[in-house]
Design a protein around this ligand. Structure first.
Ligand code: MG
Length: 253
């Protein structure tokens, strides 16, 4: 087990980003691979943690369910714009921004003139991916900012991994964590948030605010450039191994 991570306890509430954290990036969002043993280990961890395990992702919850099928987990999709606590329960969250359709149309026009740019309509938010053509980064950011206008009060552009996300201002991963921590089976547990990029920093900040009995929660960053997060692990494969080891440590004989 990696010495750089805290020892998992069964009283944790575990929040996991997906892309760049649990999964390695692929050339397009659809091309990611989900190792079958990861699905098994997440299901086992959920049982070990009394159900308190949630995915917190920029993807939609529908996309998360497809990726991890047949496993369905509590989840925050689209940076918290979609929230689902119990697996069988309905989704809640924020309404799509009024101008989202117009924004997506502008981005599709931009993509039509910039081959390799992928526009991902997620329902309440939209991502513009430039992983296939990294030299378009600046142009994509400019197009995203122009698409929402300079004074949008309802949407914002945030940098993601080889992409820019446009999401409702009213949703972020920190608010998603707070939402789960008000509800069973998460309430009363020690929050632990694991993520890899700028959009996860709201989650990292939120674990500090939702400590338990004087203990702050844990922020764990995946990647080679640790920032504010206290704990650090180099790559998704290392995190998957650590999760597997946690299952082996805590699984009943
Ligand atoms: Mg990520």
């Amino acid at each position: 087990m990696s010495p750089t991570l805290p020892e998992m306890r069964t009283d944790w509430a575990l929040f996991l980003d997906v892309d760049g954290t649990l999964l390695d990036f692929a050339i397009t969002p659809e091309a990611v691979e989900v190792p079958p043993d990861l699905i098994d280990n997440l299901g086992a961890l959920r049982r070990i943690l009394g159900g308190a395990l949630a995915l917190v992702s920029g993807r939609s919850i529908a996309a998360l369910d497809r990726l991890f099928a047949p496993l369905r987990l509590p989840a925050a999709g689209q940076h918290g714009a979609e929230l689902r606590n119990e697996v069988g329960s309905e989704m809640t969250g924020v309404a799509p921004p009024r101008h989202l359709a117009a924004v997506i149309a502008r981005l599709r026009d931009f993509a039509a003139n910039h081959p390799g740019i992928v526009v991902e309509d997620k329902g309440v938010s939209v991502a513009v991916h430039y992983r296939q053509v990294p030299r378009y980064r600046g142009a994509v950011e400019a197009a995203a900012r122009a698409a929402i206008g300079t004074d949008s009060t309802e949407m914002e552009v945030i940098p993601a991994a080889m992409a820019f996300d446009i999401k409702p201002r009213s949703a972020d991963k920190g608010q998603a964590l707070a939402w789960f921590m008000r509800r069973p089976p998460f309430a009363g547990r020690l929050p632990v948030f694991i993520g890899d990029d700028r959009t996860d920093e709201d989650g990292f900040a939120a674990v500090a605010a939702h400590g338990r009995e004087g203990r702050a929660g844990h922020a764990i960053q995946v990647g080679n450039r640790p920032r504010a997060a206290r704990w650090h692990i180099p790559a998704p494969a290392d995190l998957r191994r650590w999760l597997r080891d946690c299952v082996m440590t805590h699984a009943s004989p």
